[in-house]
Design a protein around this ligand. Structure first.
Ligand SMILES: [Fe+2]
Length: 427
């Protein structure tokens, strides 16, 4: 079955908007910024720009009736991330050594592929499978927009000059968080996972039932002020609060505060994409690992939510009103205090601000099977040794998130915008 002209036109509009946003996110960066790789997990901006383009060139354009001649014979090798089915690739930890192609050449690559995808969307009738792959490419690029900002933040933070990605944010943020209250839920047998017509990644399916005991979910995120209490109470020195692997990692890497925090004259400061500034005690704590989140929850006499608990509350909230949250489109590039957020819902900050750690390991839902072919490598092969995070963050595009969305990171990772929402058993 073919896709209608209206659908193709809507897809083209979204394709162009997403591609243009990636370019605008790169604009504040000079060529030198865009080339360097600060650690194996983080990729250079130039690589993100080229790799997202490669995705469309590799998975979409060969489906054109006349086929597709590669833009450059080496780009398939340079910009394939992890797709074994597509062939060999440049080492992930050596992406920062690619001084060529230049930033300008990558920009030309982007323009060329944009034109080709535009021609495809306005020319011949589109088959459903191709439309689905373009949709996947759009969502893939949105994931890389967030990665681009996470990775450039990590790079800029290594520089003693403390360079700003953008001007300091001028809108005042409250310094007094509302008191934490508990949202009670009866539990029961609840449906979990994606259903319906809209886009979702394969890891959000199949939809299935989960049995939940009655539970309580914090009505806001854990704040920096609460995290300072944890630090001051010896949270980073007390092994009994930590999982064994977490304690080992804390010792090896000498964690004593969230990533990007540093102490100056007895006061905590934080490096943000909008410069180095004092920690605001009312803002959600950010850039902690799962191990730290878990230790904090134990210290607080609580626990992290199961992903099904989080999703159940999020779905009920969206059934009752609009999606609220602070996202990439809002502009601070940093989480915002709860007291300045909208208050249409009983549980604040579920979406945006920080990715919320859950206690759930990232595994396939019952009956999960990856898609056939190379795109089946997108999510399924990473279902080992990682934890699920929910809700999106302050550098997630607002139209990229859903209540069923499952992000995942290793339990020691700190450079993603990860934060904490407490849960507890209802007793
Ligand atoms: Fe990718």
């Amino acid at each position: 079955m073919g896709t209608s002209t209206t659908v193709s036109s809507a897809l083209l509009t979204r394709f162009q908007a997403v591609r243009s946003l990636t370019d605008s996110l790169s604009e504040p960066l000079c060529a030198e910024d865009q080339v360097v790789q600060s650690m194996p997990d983080a990729s250079p901006t130039k690589w993100h720009r080229a790799h997202t383009t490669w995705f469309f060139e590799t998975f979409v354009l060969p489906r054109r009736s006349g086929g597709h001649a590669p833009f450059h014979p080496a780009y398939g090798y340079l910009f394939n991330s992890y797709y074994e089915a597509v062939g060999a690739r440049h080492a992930r930890n050596e992406r920062g050594l690619l001084s060529r192609p230049t930033v300008d050449e990558v920009a030309a690559y982007r323009r060329h592929i944009d034109t080709a995808v535009g021609d495809l969307l306005t020319g011949e009738p589109l088959d459903d499978a191709t439309a689905t792959l373009i949709e996947l490419g759009i969502n893939h690029e949105q994931q890389h927009q967030e990665l681009l900002l996470m990775d450039i933040k990590h790079l800029l933070a290594q520089n003693p000059l403390r360079p700003e990605y953008a001007e300091p944010w001028q809108q005042p943020s409250s310094t007094e968080p509302p008191p934490l209250q508990w949202h009670e839920h009866d539990g029961g047998i609840v449906p979990v996972g994606h259903q319906g017509e809209g886009f979702a990644f394969d890891n959000e399916s199949p939809r299935h039932d989960v049995l939940l005991a009655p539970f309580r979910l914090a009505d806001r995120l854990t704040t920096c002020g609460e995290w300072i209490e944890f630090i001051d109470d010896g949270g980073y020195e007390r092994a009994e609060l930590w999982l064994s692997d977490g304690w080992a990692r804390r010792c090896d890497e000498q964690w004593d505060a969230p990533l990007y925090w540093h102490r100056e004259d007895e006061h905590w400061r934080v490096f943000t994409l909008r410069g180095d500034r004092p920690v605001n005690p009312a803002e959600p704590v950010c850039h902690v690992s799962f191990f730290e989140a878990d230790a904090y929850a134990r210290w607080a006499g609580a626990r992290l939510p199961h992903e099904a608990e989080w999703e159940t509350v999020a779905v009920e909230q969206l059934d009752a009103g609009p999606l609220e949250g602070h996202f990439l489109d809002d502009g601070p590039y940093h989480p915002t205090a709860a007291s300045s957020t909208w208050r249409h819902h009983p549980v604040r900050q579920l979406f945006g601000d920080v990715w919320e750690f859950t206690s759930s390991p990232y595994i396939g839902y019952p009956g999960f099977s990856p898609a056939a072919g190379a795109v089946g490598e997108y999510n399924g092969k990473f279902m080992s040794g990682q934890m699920v995070l929910r809700g999106g963050c302050c550098v997630t595009p607002w139209n990229h998130i859903r209540p069923t969305y499952r992000n995942f990171f290793p339990p020691h990772s700190r450079w993603q915008f990860g934060g904490v929402r407490l849960a507890s058993d209802d007793d």
